[in-house]
Design a protein around this ligand. Structure first.
Ligand SMILES: [Zn+2]
Ligand SMILES: [Zn+2]
Length: 111
């Protein structure tokens, strides 16, 4: 992030933020549909925003699907999705609680 355009910097920044936000939303919907549109544990499908991705194998993790991942190409996201299960926020918290209880290094942040 060393490159800073002084000319119209804030306009350009606003534009980029909006563009990234729109793309993120689009790719997120594609990702949710790709994974079947519902929680793989309990079948929850009421709110797309409550569906999250959990990496089965954290060692193969390249990036967080829920964050900067959406700015990558769809092919890359799809490849990453193949290593994840899609579950609702409740099941995700439960799963991490179980992983933590079993002594595995699940990490505190959700991914
Ligand atoms: Zn669930
Ligand atoms: Zn997780």
């Amino acid at each position: 992030m060393a490159k800073v355009e002084s000319r119209k910097y804030s306009d350009r920044r606003q534009y980029l933020i909006a563009a990234v936000r729109a793309r993120r939303k689009k790719v997120r919907h594609m990702a949710v549909e790709h994974k079947g549109g519902r929680c793989e544990i309990c079948g929850y499908d009421r709110c797309v925003d409550a569906l999250e991705f959990h990496h089965n194998d954290l060692s193969s993790k390249k990036f967080g699907i829920s964050e900067k991942g959406y700015t990558r190409s769809w092919a890359t996201v799809k490849d990453e999705l193949s290593k994840c299960i899609m579950i609702c926020a409740n099941c995700h918290r439960e799963l991490h609680a179980k992983l933590a209880a079993s002594g595995g290094n699940s990490g505190v942040k959700s991914e």
